[in-house]
Design a binder for this molecule. Structure first.
Ligand SMILES: [Mn+2]
Length: 342
């Protein structure tokens, strides 16, 4: 008999809520280099569990984008330091279930497998926790957490700065590209409406997260667009940045967020790939694709999760990533080939 691991739920949200109610001290963590959904999920849980009178600690592995830091409030958060694992009787891992993305935490997470509950919306992950709640139809992990908060009876009517609804909104807004991406469905908009009704200030969050870049960002975009080439009969965009590009303008990998989407403004483009290398021997791939509109052929909808898997990466159908232990020219060659083959 073979046991093929399947990254699907083996628990329910009411069971997760019961585990949180029974816990005395909860440790919360998420993928390294956390994005808005990872941070929003972690903070929403911390604030909710803290309000229940329990100890709740968030442990993050950086770097954390500057813009994200400005909306994190003054919650106590451990960054790049190992928590005292013995002090916790429950661990919540959010927005990932993959060792790849939890490498900095693996040493202290692995002995706690029985205490871990993964809450995630990704399609792939590892067998790293006794319990998992996976909903791949959720636009963000925070949208799953709204249901969990309801199961816990957490009040979501105060959306002021530093509130639980605000943290939930940050995850939802950023993971949907501010409600533009294919995952922004009716549930996402309904949840957004509920959080806005609670008073979440979306204009403040949008400016803090999307309109607070340094001039370096434009210099970086200029370099990226300069590298643009088309593949797959003009339906794929491929862009690349090498170590000298980064050093010339004093930019780093963290400055690249969202840049992969630039070519999407072109009608014919269905898929976009950004290949970036800031340090020797490590190249990062970001994949994006446009969702179907119902008026194009099936071949026009590219599943970049499958594409990323060819490079040992993964993600969602329309947003995925991978890391390669090779240099830029070789990575470009491999991606060019893969794009022309799909
Ligand atoms: Mn997410």
């Amino acid at each position: 008999m073979t046991n093929v691991f399947s990254y699907t739920s083996n628990t329910t949200l009411s069971e997760v809520a019961a585990r949180i109610r029974d816990a005395e001290a909860v440790l919360i963590t998420t993928h390294a280099k956390p994005d808005g959904d990872a941070v929003g999920s972690s903070l929403a849980l911390r604030r909710a569990i803290d309000a229940m009178g329990k100890k709740a600690v968030v442990a993050l592995a950086g770097p954390i984008e500057y813009t994200l830091k400005t909306v994190m409030g003054d919650d106590p958060v451990l960054v790049d330091s190992a928590p005292d694992s013995d002090a916790f009787d429950l661990v919540l891992v959010v927005d990932t279930g993959s060792w790849n993305q939890l490498a900095p935490m693996r040493e202290w997470l692995e002995p706690m497998t029985d205490e871990i509950i993964v809450i995630d919306h990704h399609a792939r992950g590892d067998d790293l926790a006794a319990n998992r709640f996976i909903d791949t139809t959720a636009a963000s992990t925070t949208i799953i957490l709204v249901d969990l908060m309801d199961a816990l009876g957490v009040d979501l009517t105060d959306g002021s700065i530093g509130s639980i609804p605000e943290a939930l909104f940050i995850g939802l807004a950023t993971d949907t590209g501010w409600f533009r991406h294919g995952n922004a469905d009716a549930r996402a908009f309904a949840t957004a409406a509920r959080l806005l009704r609670a008073g979440v200030n979306k204009n403040r969050l949008y400016q803090a997260l999307e309109e607070s870049y340094s001039p370096t960002r434009l210099a970086l975009e200029s370099k990226v667009l300069n590298s643009l080439e088309f593949a797959r009969n003009g339906s794929a965009a491929l862009m690349s940045l090498g170590p000298s590009d980064f050093s010339e303008i004093g930019a780093s990998m963290e400055d690249l967020t969202g840049v992969v989407n630039l070519p999407m403004s072109v009608s014919a483009i269905r898929v976009s790939v950004l290949i970036a290398q800031a340090e020797p021997g490590l190249t990062k791939l970001s994949f994006r694709s446009k969702p179907g509109t119902g008026v194009e052929t099936d071949e026009d909808v590219v599943d970049v999760n499958l594409l990323a898997q060819r490079f040992d990466g993964g993600g969602h159908k329309h947003a995925a990533g991978a890391r390669l232990r090779i240099d830029l020219p070789q990575a470009i060659e491999m991606v060019r080939e893969a794009l022309n083959a799909i």
